[in-house]
Design a protein around this ligand. Sequence first.
Ligand code: GH3
Ligand code: MG
Ligand code: MG
Length: 202
Amino acid sequence: MRDLAALVEAELQREELNDSQRKWLLERDELVKKASIDSLTRAWNRGEIMQLLDVELARAKRGTPLSVAMIDIDKFKVVNDTHGHQTGDRVLAEVAERIRGAVRDFDVFGRYGGEEFLVVLGNCPDGVAADVCERIRANVAATPVTAVGGAEVAVSVSIGIAQYGPQLDTAENLVAIADAALYRAKDGGRNRVEVGALSDLP
Ligand code: GH3
Ligand code: MG
Ligand code: MG
């Protein structure tokens, strides 16, 4: 996003542009941003986070460590069924905020599906990815979310991690392994982090 802003700034400095052209450039920048961001959670949307993953994959091929984490809200259907969809939306936005508060400045995350988030941990050695995810897990579970009606709703997430490596060098494989590890975290009782391996693939 910073790169994009710098590009727009550079374009705006061009002397041959008149005011209405400058105005259009700024508007276009806003439109591009809006189209890339999920409005409920202010996380990147799925298409955008997959593109950011591609960028990190290119770095990983040159030797920079990379991990991805799939995060899924536990028993979210029960939240909707018990407290209503509006409270469900509030929980989604709050979980995104808590993920944002737990990742490192240069980590990026997006809304991958309904109540699933994908975190791309660039330049992240294996042990560090597990630490970051444990911090996310703890941050989400630390305090309940207040429902629209005032009730306190306990929230937790399960997280599956996949680490870039031999045979684990495509977005597809990384997401598949992170997903498999996530299922293991669900099976193991939820509110936990699991690191995936190639042996997790069916
Ligand atoms: P598990 O612990 O196994 O993940 O159970 P779960 O209930 O979280 O999973 P399940 O896939 O059964 O339900 C996910 C629910 O998320 C179903 C769907 O209606 C809800 N959901 C998806 N997107 C949104 C949304 O934008 N807002 C709200 N309020 N609910 C959503
Ligand atoms: Mg899910
Ligand atoms: Mg869920």
